[in-house]
Design a protein around this ligand. Sequence first.
Ligand SMILES: N[C@@H](CCC(=O)N[C@@H](CS)C(=O)NCC(=O)O)C(=O)O
Length: 237
Amino acid sequence: MIRFYYHPTPNPAKVALFLEEAGLPYEVIAVDTSKGEQHTPVFRAINPNGKVPAIIDTEGLGGKEVRVFDSTAILIYLAEKTGLFLGAPTDRPELLSWLLFIASGLGPFSGQAVHFQFAAPDTLAYAVNRYRREAERHYQVLNDHLAGREFIVGDHYTIADISAWGWLDRAARVRKGEIDPLAAFPHLKRWFAAIDARPAVARARAVGKDHAFKTVGDDESRRALYPSNYPPAESLR
Ligand SMILES: N[C@@H](CCC(=O)N[C@@H](CS)C(=O)NCC(=O)O)C(=O)O
């Protein structure tokens, strides 16, 4: 059994898609990050970085319970465990390259673009330009790569496609104000439409729907999500 620590945001969405594609049995454990549940000692023992997603696999290597945190680590772990969505062995260098491109570039720049356009208390043109344009530059790299290709790596649907889907699904927020946010990236748009039409995507989107996650962006949420903006008082350091 896999316990899946989840919030309806892009990085957990990737793991939801993998689990649904693979048909693995799993239990969803809601972590309401807007309420600060990612900072509890119990959750920090599962992910010391205090973010979702994380999993506990009660039947890890050697039958021992293991934790895995960080979406890319979870995708690699589950793909290796099941043998699913890893692509051909000869494509492993490409798979690792694109996974890390998504984990260290596409994802973080998209996240910061969303932050500075939707969450920052002030409109900071420099930050918006910097992060949005870097996210768009990553879109362009992936778009160019996908010309004439069905999938990101080799000839197969892999965890690179699953990982990229999680953040491309938020293109409308990354490219705030664009009615058709992938129109400028036709190969990416075609690829996204194909991945998004997979039956497992609809099931992944339904994950956590029975939980009332907090949606209000109040002071509690801001302190929970952006704790480094609220350094502790001198006496607590
Ligand atoms: N590198 C991590 C990033 C995880 C991450 O940023 N998760 C977000 C949701 S998409 C989160 O937990 N936000 C709440 C917080 O930062 O407190 C991964 O890929 O899993």
